[in-house]
Ligand binder design. Structure first.
Ligand code: AHG
Ligand code: MN
Ligand code: MN
Ligand code: MN
Length: 334
């Protein structure tokens, strides 16, 4: 019989590698795992209850909020608040930072940034959606934690990961020592280690981009897409095109099979669409830890300076050789 290792057991084993650590990060990851199970429960029965669809509001990104966007946002914030290991949450769904002001939380040493529900416009059509999270250490040493505690470069991440609510639900994360994936076993209600030490193939044969926006792409991006489509048996081109429309699902698929996910600048999104804090940085950290690469077309995503909470960035992320090839094109200029 093969050994089952639950997320909780795995976290405790990892913790044993740091005898002087107090276990705060472990507890924080555990809190995220708990919220993920609650959100999973609602996502999986979404068709049965009155939780599907547009909530009628518009978020700070100018997007129509889905009911599940709001539900997931509240669940993660509430789990982090009761867990007591996080002093600030910054979320795609909220305009400003959220200080967790309980007696325990206000002095906690970690910051969490979160995309509570990624791909939320796909909920009504039963396509995989996800959650993306990042953990940073608080920088200020006294008083209330501040916005500057959140505006840290991607290289400062202590941990990052995502949950994919798909045909099965998985939690995939890194603490900077490789990437491990856990699949939710609904019969015992636990995430179990199913994908230890995940590595993204160095080369892949899938490109993921919303080609409907083709006319609005910079010439270099158009040229790279053409490169993917040209027949060349030696490099196994043409590549396959796959685009789910949930970053989590597209990047997860490419992590396992090899591939490149692209959201470039477009005429209507001159800084790109995806958000540095909630989407680009956590995915870049995780994919680099799996042996891949992530750039904005000019610079490594993790090295980008961040000045605003909801700052956006173009992104090219995935298999190392594919991203490097893309970088040989002029990806930013219109
Ligand atoms: P979110 O649902 O968190 O707002 O993110 C949506 C993002 C991302 O998941 C996806 O890759 C991208 O938007 C899809 O955008 P297009 O519909 O413009 O292709
Ligand atoms: Mn959104
Ligand atoms: Mn998203
Ligand atoms: Mn979202």
């Amino acid at each position: 019989m093969t050994e089952t290792i639950t997320l909780g057991q795995f976290i405790i084993r990892q913790q044993a590698d740091f005898p002087f650590a107090k276990g705060e990060l472990s507890r924080l990851l555990r809190d995220i795992g708990i919220a993920a199970k609650i959100v999973n429960r609602e996502v999986s029965k979404a068709g049965l209850i009155d939780i599907l669809g547009d909530a009628g509001g518009v978020n700070i990104q100018g997007e129509h909020q889905q009911k599940l966007d709001i539900y997931a946002d509240r669940q993660f914030i509430s789990a982090l608040k009761s867990g007591g290991e996080c002093c600030i949450v910054a979320s795609e769904e909220n305009e400003g930072i959220i200080r967790l002001d309980t007696d325990v939380s206000k002095n906690a040493k970690y910051i969490v940034t979160i995309d509570p529900l990624d791909g939320s416009s796909n909920i009504d059509v039963n396509v995989p959606v996800g959650t993306i999270f990042s953990i940073y250490r608080r920088k200020t040493t006294e008083g209330r934690p501040q916005l500057e505690d959140v505006l840290q470069k991607g290289t400062e991440q202590v941990a990052a990961g995502y949950i994919i609510y798909g045909s099965s639900t998985m939690l995939v994360y890194t603490t900077g020592k490789g990437v491990n994936g856990f699949t939710l076993d609904p019969s015992i209600g636990e995430f179990c280690l199913s994908h230890p030490n995940m590595q993204i193939p160095e080369s892949g044969f899938i490109y993921s981009i919303n080609e409907g926006n083709y006319v609005h792409f910079p010439q270099g991006v158009k040229d790279y897409i053409k490169y993917c489509q040209i027949e060349d048996p030696a490099t196994k081109r043409p590549y396959s095109s796959r685009y789910i429309g949930s970053m989590v699902a597209d990047v997860h698929s490419n992590l396992i099979k090899g591939g490149i996910f692209i959201y470039p600048v477009t005429a209507s999104a001159p800084s790109g669409k995806l958000r540095l804090l909630y989407e680009c940085n956590p995915m870049a950290f995780l994919i680099e830890q799996a042996g891949g690469r992530a750039t904005n077309g000019d610079e490594r995503i993790l090295d980008l300076e961040i000045t605003e909470l909801h700052q956006r960035s173009p992104i090219f992320i995935g298999s190392k050789n594919m991203v490097e090839k893309a970088e040989s094109f002029n990806l930013l200029n219109q």
